[in-house]
Design a protein around this ligand. Structure first.
Ligand SMILES: CC(C)(COP(=O)(O)OP(=O)(O)OC[C@H]1O[C@@H](n2cnc3c(N)ncnc32)[C@H](O)[C@@H]1OP(=O)(O)O)[C@@H](O)C(=O)NCCC(=O)NCCS
Length: 223
């Protein structure tokens, strides 16, 4: 699924269930020693996916530990993103010479619980989602909007260090092309000298397969 919505320079790996052969490094295991079984399984399998993607990129497998805001820390000059939801785990990694921002998100393909759309959508997004649900109800557009915003955050936060609220990005889907755009509405972040500026607009792709909604954003490095 990820291969269909990310450029070929991005290494991807995914699982629909848990991988029995997946194992953790001691420093990873220490992070979830008191976690519930379901959390331990998603944490372990998604790291198995990350290491498959590392090898595909030509990197040695290594621990994947969280940074300040919870984003996975990658080797120098590498960007990446992880996601898990019931029945799906996935990882995507790229060299920063190819991709500067990378975010992926998987969600169960089910309507959002009552009240959540109102909490996460801007007024225009809410109107569009409700209109689409009425016309093309085979896609849970509310869940897709949520996933797109999570992908925005996962791409944006590691690059800029900025936290975003749900109203800080305005998402518009192309329902036929399987694409979306995200306009960033938050104040511009201050980046380290020499870093390519964070874009005002992110372009992503989306996909629904059976019980899973997947969104991905990969911003090409400036040439
Ligand atoms: C962090 C967050 C985006 C994770 O998304 P989620 O749908 O709950 O969970 P997923 O399973 O898809 O992804 C979890 C993985 O995201 C990654 N992640 C966590 N924090 C992250 C961050 N700040 N930046 C990038 N990736 C992050 C981690 O790898 C995590 O897995 P791990 O803990 O096993 O390593 C979400 O919990 C959150 O805090 N959202 C609020 C912020 C937001 O989305 N604002 C909207 C902006 S428009």
């Amino acid at each position: 699924m990820l291969r269909r919505i990310l450029p070929s320079c991005v290494a991807v790996a995914e699982c629909r269930g848990d991988a029995p052969e997946a194992a953790l490094y001691p420093e990873e295991a220490a992070l979830i020693s008191t976690a519930a079984e379901a959390r331990r399984r998603e944490f372990t399998t998604v790291r198995h996916c990350a290491r498959r993607a590392m090898r595909e990129l030509g990197l040695r497998a290594a621990p994947v530990l969280p940074s300040r805001h919870g984003a996975p820390r990658w080797p120098d000059q590498v960007v990446g993103s992880l996601t898990h939801c019931p029945g799906y785990r996935g990882g995507a990694l790229a060299r920063s010479r190819d991709i500067t921002l990378l975010g992926i998100d998987a969600e169960p393909h089910r309507p959002l619980p009552d009240g959540v759309l109102d909490a996460i959508a801007l007024p225009g997004e809410r109107r569009l989602v409700r209109a689409r649900l009425a016309r093309r109800g085979e896609v849970c557009w509310d869940r897709l909007l949520f996933s797109a915003k999570e992908s925005v955050y996962k791409a944006w936060n590691p690059y800029t260090g900025q936290r975003l609220e749900f109203e800080d990005a305005s998402i518009a889907f192309d329902p036929d092309a399987g694409t979306f755009t995200a306009h960033l509405l938050a104040p511009r972040p201050r980046l380290p000298a020499g870093a390519p500026p964070a874009p005002d607009l992110l372009e992503g792709r989306w996909l629904v397969r059976e019980d899973v909604v997947l969104t991905a954003i990969a911003v090409p490095a400036p040439r």
